[in-house]
Design a protein around this ligand. Structure first.
Ligand code: KE4
Length: 427
């Protein structure tokens, strides 16, 4: 495939933007080829600046569940923009979106709109700490919750149970307040909670992990965490930035029938515009300024364009058939990809939920970060490049999710499977 214009643009971008990209994963570092610059997108397709067409499984990392440039979203934006794009004042649109979100997530009795998933999580963590008067939080290795300082923390080595910074610039004094445990490891959580009694403000979890590749909670894991939180007076924070309106209209909370104390959303609720939201029980959220002493603010919070796109997206997703159709597409594609790999003797493991999945290049079961890391990342990089050359655009990392949209057609899926057949042969 000719990608000359992408390469030229990349060179120019490198002189202006760190790594030539505005978010690290876009640099294709894990693949080792220059990133593709996108010109436009429609439905399930994206086109790069050299005119190459791809079936898109990144979908802007989750928001584009209804497909790119959906006519109803475009129409909503065209209707809203001429009335002004931002006022720094309350508008009817943010009330409308909050009503729709609360209908889907009844645990979000009160909520705040912000401008990214990171901002939603950062704010929710501050609320948990402020409401409980405790400093420690507990997260799971391999889960990503945006780039807030307290979340860029990895497991302490060996004996040290408290976290150590996973990024330069995060003070150790802060990182030590973040405890970490392996995903699906309830025993370790119990141990940490007993080691730090009355000190942990919240446990934050991706109820279905998407950031170490897709990893599902094992039976009893989420229920066990809920029980621990109830017994120890710890707030249970669901980071549903990916799973919210993705795996079900009411996210993982609907799927597993578990109520979170605090929930973070993003991506889909903005329909492709900058958005995040955090919310939870009224008594907890009443600690947020101007009602309470936990400060959080934002110039573009509840921005009319993002609200309009979000409202229209949720209107489209409201029809329950949406998730039935998305589930059918996901199982069709994953089953045939697995069959293809088996026929070619390529050891793979697939974890999936409605509308999202990961093809791990490892033969073992992937149930946590440790097992995810047994994947052959070099083989993934070759697979990615082969697929790209056949017009299939995958997330450029073994540890991300493929996202399927309502716009993916049977033809798209069959083209993807054929491309896998060829790619598995070559790698
Ligand atoms: P943003 O700040 O990127 O809007 O959201 C942060 C975030 C929070 N929580 C979860 C569960 C998330 O997955 C994310 C962001 N997801 C990544 C992709 N896995 C965004 C892509 C990127 O960083 O460029």
């Amino acid at each position: 495939m000719n990608r000359k214009r992408s390469i030229a643009l990349y060179r120019r971008a490198l002189g202006l933007i760190p790594g030539g990209v505005n978010s690290p994963v876009r640099a294709f570092k894990a693949i080792g080829i220059p990133p593709v610059f996108i010109e436009r997108a429609k439905g399930s397709k994206i086109w790069d600046v050299d005119g190459n067409e791809y079936v898109d499984y990144v979908g802007s990392w989750g928001p584009m569940i209804m497909g790119h440039a959906h006519p109803r979203i475009v129409r909503a934006l065209k209707k809203t923009a001429p009335k002004g794009t931002s006022f720094g004042a309350p508008t009817p649109l943010e009330v409308e979106l909050a009503m729709r979100v609360r209908k889907a997530f009844p645990s979000m009795e009160l909520m705040r709109m912000v401008s990214s998933g990171t901002e939603a999580v950062m704010s929710a963590i501050r609320v948990a700490r402020g409401y409980k008067g405790r400093n420690k939080i507990l997260k799971f290795e391999g889960c990503y919750h945006g780039h807030g300082d307290s979340l860029l923390v990895k497991a302490g080595s060996g004996a040290t149970t408290f976290g150590i910074p996973d990024s330069l610039g995060v003070p150790e004094d802060l990182a030590r307040h973040t405890l970490t445990a392996p995903y699906n490891d309830l025993e370790k959580v119990k141990h940490l909670v007993n080691q730090y009694p009355e000190q942990i403000a919240c446990i934050i979890v991706e109820p279905i992990a998407g950031n170490m590749g897709v990893i599902l909670p094992e039976k009893g894991f989420l229920e066990g965490l809920r029980k621990i939180c109830d017994e120890k007076g710890i707030l249970f924070l669901f980071d549903e930035v990916i799973t919210g309106f993705r795996v079900a209209y009411g996210g993982a909370q609907e799927l597993y029938g578990i109520k979170a104390d605090l929930t973070c959303l993003g991506k889909i609720i903005g329909g492709g515009l900058p958005v995040g939201a955090y919310g939870g029980k009224e008594k907890i959220m009443e600690s947020v300024a101007p009602l309470g002493g936990v400060y959080q603010a934002g110039t573009l919070s509840g921005n009319p364009l993002a609200m309009a796109a979000g409202i229209e997206t949720l209107e489209i997703l409201k029809s329950r058939r949406v998730y039935h159709d998305l589930e059918k597409k996901t199982s069709y594609l994953t089953e045939r990809i697995f069959e293809s790999a088996e026929e070619q003797g390529v050891p793979v493991s697939i974890n999936r939920a409605t509308g999202m999945f990961t093809l791990f290049f490892t033969g073992g079961t992937v149930r946590d970060y440790f097992s995810a890391k047994t994947s052959d990342t070099k083989r993934f990089a070759k697979f990615f490049t082969e697929m790209l050359d056949q017009g299939i655009y995958l997330p450029p990392s073994q540890f991300e999710a493929w996202f399927i949209s309502l716009a993916h057609t049977q033809k798209d899926l069959d083209k993807t499977i054929e491309a896998c057949d060829t790619a598995f042969k070559k790698i």
